[in-house]
Design a protein around this ligand. Structure first.
Ligand code: GDP
Length: 478
């Protein structure tokens, strides 16, 4: 059980530099991202006048989410989740609309289909879930976030146009995700439709049609006329059956946020796909940095439902904030732990953001001042003799102008060390050295943490550089 220096500082609402300093006094060299064991963390917390509860700080996400493997006997068949991909204008949207219109209303009560990012259709006594944002961009964006939601991709290729650049992209994305591909050769009603040419081109991209001895299922369809759509759906079910898709409905739900937005009247609304377990009204859900008890759930026909099992998309209300598409959601039991995890994630996000907002250097100082990000330039001074440290401190502090104040956060005699770099990194400071050099470790650490170390022989040069940097007039050094 560990906690990083940065997390500990955040929980205590203290600057990370303060924690790092305390650790140094204990003889421990640690960077912001260093993991501390519980004993050290609690010692530091006490030193800084804080107490904390072990379980809150040291939350183990895996344990919280109880993400245990399901026993084989608990698994039941689930319906497939399908995405439609292909080149622009080849008919993805038309196909999704056609499938929805011919298969949803039939035999089902309830209103008009609602857009909740996915819908289900009934085929015989089976169901299929379609993600209704076509294209591989959304699909891949979700996958980039670690969400593996789809089982089967329908690759739409217009019979009058053949394989195009985005068709190839789609093939590659589906392959990378290890998703089964079924080809819908579309627009066969059109004059100039040439399905065999499509088959030929598919072969060139490693998808050999079944009728030509390969294992790629191709169905000739017309999304416009509704031709062979039933056959296409049958093929989806066939492939799904071969994949033996299963899930355990008798456990707390886990799944993926398909899309989410802030609704004026209803607050944060998230469309989620349950992938395992059963989601119920009242469940406490954590999704990314959002959490909350499910207040209400609606299915893809706009009907209010009390529960949703595997492969079922629902819209949920009750989250504290709007999660992001691709966020994994979990049902959790312990509210305090859930809160701790969410806080931890928010902290990590913030840290990521801060990482992206570059650390200060003399080269970007002016930019940061202009952007209003810098009100204070923190500097660490290292010099060969104490007299120089003091002299430098005084001259540098005098540079302070209207926009920026120069603040010497640390000054000492000796080489620039790793701990100087850590302090600089934690405090967004630059290091100025006079007649000293960085140790090997320090040079490496500075490169890693993007800390600017400037070495000088003459105080005047340092002052000049910093003054220029503050005015955006520093010549870049290469
Ligand atoms: P997407 O960009 O892949 O979503 O393609 P759309 O579904 O928007 O379709 C692009 C155009 O092709 C539209 O004008 C559709 O009406 C037309 N279209 C789609 N499917 C068919 C079809 O089966 N036959 C014919 N003739 N036109 C189609």
């Amino acid at each position: 059980e560990t906690i990083t220096v940065g997390e500990l500082a955040e929980r205590m609402k203290k600057p990370a530099a303060e924690v790092i300093k305390k650790l140094m006094l204990l003889g421990i060299m640690a960077s912001v991202n260093e993991n501390l064991d519980f004993d050290t963390a609690s010692l530091i917390a006490e030193e800084l006048g804080c107490t904390f509860e072990k379980e809150i700080i040291l939350t183990d996400e895996e344990k919280l989410f109880n993400d245990v493997e399901d026993a084989p006997e608990s698994l039941k068949p689930r319906s497939p989740v399908v995405v439609v991909m292909g080149h622009v204008d080849h008919g993805k949207t038309s196909l999704l609309d056609c499938i929805r219109n011919t298969n949803v209303t039939e035999g089902e009560f309830g209103g008009i289909t609602q857009h909740i990012g996915a819908y289900r259709v009934r085929v015989g006594d089976k169901k299929i879930t379609f993600l209704d944002t076509p294209g591989h961009e959304a699909f891949t964006a979700m996958r980039a976030r670690g969400a593996l939601v789809t089982d089967i991709a329908i690759l739409v290729v217009a019979a009058d146009d053949g394989i195009m650049p985005q068709t190839i992209e789609a093939i590659n994305h589906a392959r990378a995700a290890e998703v089964s591909i079924i080809v819908a050769i579309n627009k066969i009603d059109k004059e100039g439709a040439n399905p065999d040419r499509v088959r030929q081109e598919l072969t060139e991209h490693g998808l050999v049609p079944e009728e030509w001895g390969g294992d790629t299922i191709c169905v000739e369809v017309s999304a416009k006329k509704g031709t062979n759509i039933d056959q296409l759906l049958e093929m989806v079910l066939l492939v799904a059956e071969m994949k033996e898709l299963k899930a355990n409905p008798d456990r707390p739900a886990k799944g993926t946020v398909i899309e989410a937005q802030l609704d004026k009247g209803r607050g944060p609304v998230a469309s989620v796909l349950v992938q395992n377990g059963t989601l119920r009204v009242g469940d406490l859900v954590v999704a990314g940095t959002a959490m909350g008890h499910v207040r209400a759930m609606n299915d893809d026909k706009g009907r209010s439902v009390k529960k949703a099992g595997p492969s079922i998309p629902v819209e949920i209300l009750g989250l504290s904030e709007v999660p992001e598409g691709g966020d994994v959601f979990y049902v959790v039991e312990d509210e305090r732990k859930a809160r701790a995890v969410v806080e931890n994630r928010k902290f990590k996000e913030k840290q990521e953001r801060q990482k992206k907002t570059t650390t200060v250097s003399l080269d970007n100082l002016f930019e940061q001042i202009e952007a209003g990000k810098m009100k204070e330039l923190s500097i660490i001074v290292k010099a060969d003799v104490q007299g120089s440290v003091e002299a430098v401190r005084q001259s540098l502090e005098r540079i302070t102008n209207d926009e920026v104040r120069v603040n010497i956060i640390h000054g000492a005699v000796g080489a620039v060390t790793e701990s100087d770099v850590m302090l600089a990194s934690a405090s967004n400071a630059i290091i100025v050295g006079f007649n000293v050099r960085p140790t090997n470790g320090a040079a490496e650490a500075a490169a890693d943490a993007d800390v600017d170390i400037r070495l000088y022989r003459v105080i005047y040069d340092a002052i000049e550089d910093i003054e220029k940097a503050m005015k955006g007039m520093l010549e870049p050094v290469f």
